[in-house]
Design a protein. Structure first.
Ligand SMILES: [Zn+2]
Length: 181
């Protein structure tokens, strides 16, 4: 496991003495497969696997399933919903986040499991949310003031656990920028 999500800064040593250099580390826990997960995580991951069956992905043939656990223990599932007008399609993550907000408004999300079946390729390695979904997850974390833990995997193979969705979107744009100073 890589060390914490820490920003490390140091002064540049030569050409640009007034410049500092920064790097960001993202902690990732790697499990060999879904059977190695803690029971709570395995249950959520299994729900995400089942959710791939409801995907509507006639164009990409890439069926994504998501399961969210809410603070009250409720599990909400969703899948990607494509459209012949491609930008009208919605990723499984945002389908599920919206469903959770609609069904159980005001209840924080604690975990999200994400998996997929690629009908035209491999399904044996973790995938992670696209940029728009990372932005959306970031807003949910900010809105509820708590981290959303991500469990990312393929239908088989290694599982990655990332303790904060925002770790996937360093320097995220947020509502803080829109407040008057
Ligand atoms: Zn997405």
């Amino acid at each position: 496991m890589v060390s914490a999500g820490v920003v490390c800064s140091r002064k540049s040593d030569n050409l640009f003495p007034r410049m500092k250099q920064t790097s960001i580390h993202i902690p990732v826990q790697i499990y060999p497969d879904f059977h190695a997960l803690e029971i709570q995580d395995a249950v959520l991951y299994e729900s995400a696997r089942n959710a791939t069956a409801a995907a509507y992905a006639p164009y990409s043939r890439f069926r994504v399933g998501v399961a969210i656990r809410l603070e009250n223990g409720q599990i909400i599932t969703g899948s990607n919903q494509e459209n012949a007008s491609f930008p009208a399609g919605i990723c499984a993550e945002r389908v599920t986040l919206s469903a959770a907000s609609a069904v159980s408004p005001g209840i924080a999300i604690t975990d999200m499991a994400l998996t997929y079946i690629n009908d035209t390729g491999d399904s044996n390695h973790p995938i992670s949310p696209c940029g728009i979904c990372r932005q959306t997850l970031s807003e949910y974390e900010q809105r509820f003031g708590r981290s959303i833990r991500l469990i990312l995997g393929g239908f088989t193979g290694e599982i990655y656990i990332i303790s904060r969705a925002t770790d996937l979107l360093p320097f995220a744009f947020s509502s803080r920028e829109l407040r008057p100073h």
